[in-house]
Design a protein around this ligand. Sequence first.
Ligand SMILES: *Cc1c(COP(=O)(O)O)cnc(C)c1O
Length: 354
Amino acid sequence: MTVFNFSAGPAVLPEPVLRKAQSELLNYRGSHQSVLELSHRSALFEAILDDATSLVRELLEVPLDYDVLFLQGGATLQFSMLPLNLATTHRVDFIDTGGWSQKAIADAAPYASTRIIASSRDDHYRSIPAGPFTSDADYLHVTWNNTLEGTTFQEAPRVNVPLVADFSSSILSEPIDVNAFDVIYAGAQKNLGAAGMTLVIIKKSLVEQTPSALGSYLRYDVHAKHHSLYNTPPTYSIYLTKLVLEWIKQEGGLQTITARNRAQAASLYDALDHSNLFSNQVAHTDRSLMNIPFSTGQQALDDAFIAYAERHGLVNLQGHRSVGGMRASLYNAMPTTGVEALLSVLRKFEQGER
Ligand SMILES: *Cc1c(COP(=O)(O)O)cnc(C)c1O
């Protein structure tokens, strides 16, 4: 049976990437060493890191005045590293769009006074607050794509302070105007590869501000100066990301990927909007391309659907516990056949099949 994995993360990876990783596992490029065994100081690994860096720069059109870093600690460590490095006057503003914003706010609080300048809490986080936004803090933090609630920003807020964005669940799903941001960060396990690595794209002028009274691992300038090789980086996770980036390029680049993501998400939203049983409650203009929550409005029916879908090979469709219902994560690696299988199962369940 073909299984389609709708998990929010760690999530589906492109099958060609897994096959390539398998074929290179025991003998990487004639070295008779596994990628897992390569020294991070070896020429072979440095080439992997260089390729991953230049593919990020190429696919996202990252300008030269930004550093591209591969760190550990997940997006979660960035919730602390950002205020530690950038909150020079100890003031950070946030746009609160849900659970991951809340975590980012809580982790900045020990280091800075945090202020929420806009929130969609009153709307149960089913929309993105409308601008204009004003901030005079050290930076403004936004959660670009809200993995739990299924909302996304469509354009970068225009503010006169550095803009920092958590792109964990939507990086490389669409082109980004990198120039509109000062820091972009994303954990790997949703759209980039395997857990263990966090991509940080940061403006060099901010890196230069890093305070020196910080442990070395916590300092952006240390990582930038050593090209992510200050300490042992997550080598295998970086390698998998390199394979994913190569796969995106082979598929035709970000334009092709984006067009496919848009078509897949549109087909699912369309089915939900025309269903008499299932619905998605997110404001139409703010709907995520990557994470699509839906429900019947009745928990017992939702549970029955999740079990029915699983019997048909569609796994990890349960929604986040804070939202309930179902959630389909349609990351870049989700094949269109997976979305078609989901549409078919939705239709049959609505017709009464159990
Ligand atoms: C998954 C996720 C995180 C947390 O990532 P970790 O790698 O577990 O630290 C943070 N923000 C968003 C938007 C996420 O989707």
